[in-house]
Design a binder for this molecule. Structure first.
Ligand SMILES: [Zn+2]
Length: 225
């Protein structure tokens, strides 16, 4: 492995903070003495056209099974110009990305505590930073780290969801010549990204490996106690 420079070490430190935060978010657990008949939180999702790949609302939608997002009562992708569901927690995402149901758990926790919460996905945050002229990898990741930091603070109103993301395949992309695309093609397309499906930098593959390894390490040590 080549000797790292101070900048590389700084970059790695930020990536490790992001990885640790996602691992901690995966380990959010319910209050065991509570019982609810019905999930209490509604999540409204405001999807934005992606400034990089241009994917925008209006293409083929994805319908999740009704059980996919428990304990969320309802997840509603808002139509253009539609107001968010009253009292719901709001998530701003890009149209081209897909998150797991588990990634929404911090949003549900904050939504239960304070309905005014507004979260952004990492990819939506990165797109906003790019739009504001912040483009260097270290600057982007440092700003992302700061935006995400309040995720577990009681009553946080604006924060970034600590979750890796992946590109959401549109209907035709998963198929080649009418047949499902080869698994290797799909795997490459669906590989998770710790910041954004579109963040491009020569350092990124190495950092992504470091992210995955450290996320696993943090989760494993927490589960082992
Ligand atoms: Zn995109």
């Amino acid at each position: 492995m080549p000797e790292t420079t101070a900048t590389d070490r700084d970059l790695l430190a930020v990536v490790r903070r992001l990885a640790a935060r996602e691992a901690q978010a995966h380990l959010v657990h319910p209050v065991m003495s509570a019982w609810t008949d019905e999930p209490a939180v509604t999540v409204s999702i405001r999807v934005r056209p992606c400034p990089v790949c241009g994917t925008r609302p209006g293409g083929p939608g994805v319908v999740a099974p009704a059980t996919a997002l428990r304990p969320v009562r309802e997840v509603r992708v808002l139509a253009d110009g539609e107001r968010q569901v009253e009292g719901s927690a709001l998530l701003v995402s890009l149209w081209c990305e897909a998150l797991t149901g588990r990634a929404l758990v911090p949003l549900v926790a904050q939504g239960a505590a304070r309905a005014a919460t507004v979260a952004r996905t990492r990819a939506a945050t990165v797109a906003e930073l790019h739009g504001a002229g912040v483009t260097g990898l270290f600057d982007v990741l440092t700003a992302l780290d700061a935006a995400e930091e309040p995720w577990s603070a009681p009553g946080a109103e604006r924060w970034t969801l600590p979750a890796a993301t992946r590109y959401r395949l549109a209907g035709a992309e998963g198929r080649a010549g009418g047949r499902p695309a080869p698994g290797s093609v799909l795997r490459a397309r669906l590989r998770t990204s710790f910041a954004s499906p579109h963040l491009a930098d020569p350092n990124l593959a190495e950092l992504a490996d470091a992210y995955r390894a450290y996320r696993l390490e943090v989760a494993a040590s927490a589960l082992l106690g």
